[in-house]
Structures are given as structure tokens and as C-alpha cells.
Design a binder for this molecule. Structure first.
Ligand SMILES: Cc1ncc(C[n+]2csc(CCOP(=O)(O)OP(=O)(O)O)c2C)c(N)n1
Ligand SMILES: [Mg+2]
Length: 367
């Protein structure tokens, strides 16, 4: 069955929680399957180290991704090189697949503006912290691609909470009207900080919101990397080579869970039960893919151990490189937004400079 013709509440699945095949396995060769697994393991290891760096005072606030690896890596892996990714703030795993190095991600969360600058040949937008503000940007970029006769597809990531913002509705509506080559990828991780999914909308699914805008909507098991890959690939292909009867844009709802805190500034034990977390941990995407690949004879203990060692080395090297950079200057806060600072910001910038003069550089940076 065409994935776009399923009921909204019937998520696409390929692997069940034990890694048993329950759907159509996408056409990926062995090296791609191992790559998916490697990226997921690397993202998980990076995540643990990043939280620990923040706890040690070596990095600023950080939003963990553990639990969301299948959604991020399965989807990013389905994009072609010239396609664009428009992230929110948690897409470190998807970013890695698309060419945003772990070092760059660390720099961003260490406060370096350079961490927000993708290399010239990497089609990734800057991190968007204001919820849903990236959705209309993604629609605009896709419209531009279409008007120029290019075939780049624009994949935009956002959370369940973002679907309550006006920007989400404006961006998706415009995409429907102008039939833009967009994939709207909603990471429904059940929570918007402490607000549960049921408090975002009375709709039974987020996928069905597509109906209002005349585009395709589909739910996928977001803890199943092969299902996420298959659905995203189908959406990307439809956006690139329009089907005569279907709209180009697609809204994908990837049903998943964040195992950790919203950010390192959050304490999830205040608003959710351990039982809930435990239930979702049983759906962990990494052992699921690993079990499937072991069953297929693609992975064994030795291969898994070498992937783990490589991931550890890659993350350690990224941390060393990021920490070897000079700390960012506080005055950079005032750069990159205005050509000429408005009066109030100008006053604040002067006040910062006065503090520096009074306390000296070193003490000032410590503060
Ligand atoms: C416009 C706006 N309002 C409020 C916030 C504060 N805020 C930061 S993250 C967040 C929750 C977002 O939840 P969701 O969209 O589900 O994304 P998730 O972090 O769960 O991936 C909120 C309300 C913000 N960053 N931007
Ligand atoms: Mg959420």
C-alpha cells in the first residue's frame, strides 16, 4: 500500500521492538544499514558525553537527543546531497549525517557563533531555537527551489509543541497552496518541556493536521529507523518528482520519545513517571536495529565493538578540538543581527565594555 494512503493513526513500521521484520524493508545495501547503525551509536555516545560536559561546567545548556536517533538519522539519511535540512535545536544526529561535524555542534552549545555556520557545501540551515519559526523559512526555501527549476527538497524538523504555533500553520498552509517541495518532519517526542502531547491539540494525531492544508500526512514509528527512512524517502521522492495526483508536500509525524531531560536545565522527574520512561526504553531504536542486523548476519560482536571504539574516538577528538578553541567573547552577543545596533543594545554593549575595563579580561570572562 502507498504509505500516503494509510489511516493517520496507523503508523508505518518495519521492525518491531525486538528487531523482527513486520513491514516492507527498504532497499538499502549492507553498507548503508551499517552506516545507519554507526550514526545512531555515535549520536547516542555523543549525547552522553555532551550532557557530562555541561555537568562539569565545560559547556552551556544542551538539549539531549537520546531516544530520538532513529527519527533523526533515518530521515536525514533519506535526503539527497543537494536537499536542504532545516533543523530545530535538537538535530545533532541528523546534522551529523548531513555534514555538520560534532565539533561544530559542540561549539554551538559552547556559545561560539561559528557553531551556527554550516560549511559552504553543506545544505543545513542554522539552529532555530524559537519554536516553529523555521517552518515558514523552510517553505520559502522550497518555493525558491521550485521557482528556480532546481530539484532540491527542503526537510524541516520541529517538535509536537511546534504544531501549536502560528508559524507551523502558516508555513504548511503556504506549502499546500504553492505545492512546494517540502517534507515537514514532526518529532513527536510526547512532550514540549513539561507539556504533554494531549495538551497541544485535541486532534487524535498530528499527522492528520495535513488534511486541513490539502497535503499528505503520515504517521511513522519514530523509534524504527528503517520505517523512518522508508517514509521520508517516499516523501522526498514525491516532492522531487511530483505525482500527478498527490500534493508535493508531506507532513510526517514520527512518534517517539526523548529518554532524557528537555535540556540540561530541565528535571523531567517533576512531570513524568518513571514507568512511562521505562515503557519507551523498551522501544529503544538502537538495540532494535542491532538485533535485526545481527539476525541478518551483518553485525556480530566484533563489528559492534569496533563501531563502539570508533564512535568513542570520534567523539573524544571532537571534544578536544572544540575545547582547544578560545572561548567566545561576550561582546559577540551583539554581532550578526544588526548592521548598526539600536540605541538600547548600543547602551548594553557599552555597559559590557565598561565591565571589562573595570574587571580586566580574565575576571570578566570568568564572571
Ligand atoms: C516561540 C517560543 N516559545 C517558547 C519557547 C520556549 N521553549 C523552548 S523549547 C519549548 C518546547 C518545544 O517543544 P516541542 O516543539 O515539542 O519540541 P521538543 O523540544 O520536544 O523537541 C519551548 C516552549 C521558545 N523557544 N520559542
Ligand atoms: Mg516535543
Amino acid at each position: 500500500m502507498n504509505v500516503f494512503e494509510r489511516p493517520y493513526d496507523d503508523p508505518v513500521r518495519v521492525l518491531d521492538e525486538d528487531g523482527t521484520v513486520v513491514g516492507d524493508v527498504p532497499d538499502l545495501d549492507e553498507s548503508d544499514l551499517v552506516e545507519l547503525y554507526r550514526y545512531m551509536k555515535t549520536a547516542r555516545h555523543f549525547d552522553g558525553r555532551a550532557v557530562s560536559l555541561q555537568r562539569q561546567g565545560r559547556m552551556g545548556t544542551y538539549p539531549p537527543l537520546s531516544g530520538q536517533e532513529a527519527a533523526q538519522i533515518g530521515s536525514a539519511y533519506a535526503l539527497a546531497e543537494d536537499d536542504w535540512m532545516v533543523p530545530s535545536y535538537r538535530e545533532h544526529g541528523a546534522g551529523l549525517v548531513r555534514g555538520i561535524s560534532l565539533k561544530r555542534t559542540l561549539l554551538y552549545w559552547m556559545g561560539h557563533e561559528d557553531g551556527n555556520r554550516a560549511p559552504e557545501d553543506v545544505n543545513v540551515f542554522p539552529v532555530a531555537v524559537p519554536i516553529a519559526s523555521q517552518v515558514p523559512h523552510a517553505t520559502g526555501a522550497a518555493w525558491a527551489s521550485k521557482l528556480r527549476g532546481e530539484d532540491a527538497v527542503v526537510c524541516c524538523y520541529f517538535g509536537d509543541g511546534a504544531t501549536s504555533e502560528g508559524d507551523f500553520h502558516e508555513g504548511v498552509n503556504f506549502a499546500g497552496v504553492f505545492d512546494t517541495p517540502n517534507v515537514f518532519f514532526c518529532n513527536n517526542n510526547q512532550w514540549a518541556i513539561s507539556v504533554p502531547r494531549e495538551r497541544q491539540t485535541r486532534s487524535e494525531t498530528l499527522a492528520q493536521k495535513a488534511e486541513a492544508y490539502g497535503i499528505d500526512g503520515v504517521q511513522v514509528d519514530g523509534m524504527d529507523p528503517l520505517a523512518v527512512y522508508a517514509v521520508t524517502k517516499a516523501a522526498v521522492e514525491k516532492a522531487r518528482d511530483p505525482d500527478p495526483v498527490r500534493p508535493r508536500p508531506t507532513l510526517i509525524e514520527a512518534v517517539q520519545y526523548r529518554f532524557g531531560a528537555h535540556t540540561t536545565a530541565d528535571d523531567p522527574t517533576v512531570y513524568r513517571d518513571d514507568d512511562e520512561v521505562e515503557t519507551w526504553r523498551k522501544k529503544d531504536p538502537i538495540p532494535r536495529l542491532e538485533a535485526y542486523l545481527r539476525g541478518e548476519g551483518v553485525l556480530d560482536d566484533e563489528r559492534v565493538a569496533s563501531i563502539e571504539t570508533e564512535a568513542e574516538a570520534q567523539v573524544a577528538a571532537a571534544i578536544d578540538e572544540a575545547e582547544s578553541m578560545a572561548r567566545p567573547e561576550p561582546r559577540e552577543l551583539f554581532e550578526h543581527t544588526y548592521a548598526a545596533l539600536p540605541e538600547e543594545l548600543d547602551r548594553q554593549s557599552d555597559a559590557l565594555e565598561a565591565l571589562r575595563e573595570a574587571h580586566g579580561d580574565a575576571a570578566f570572562l570568568e564572571e
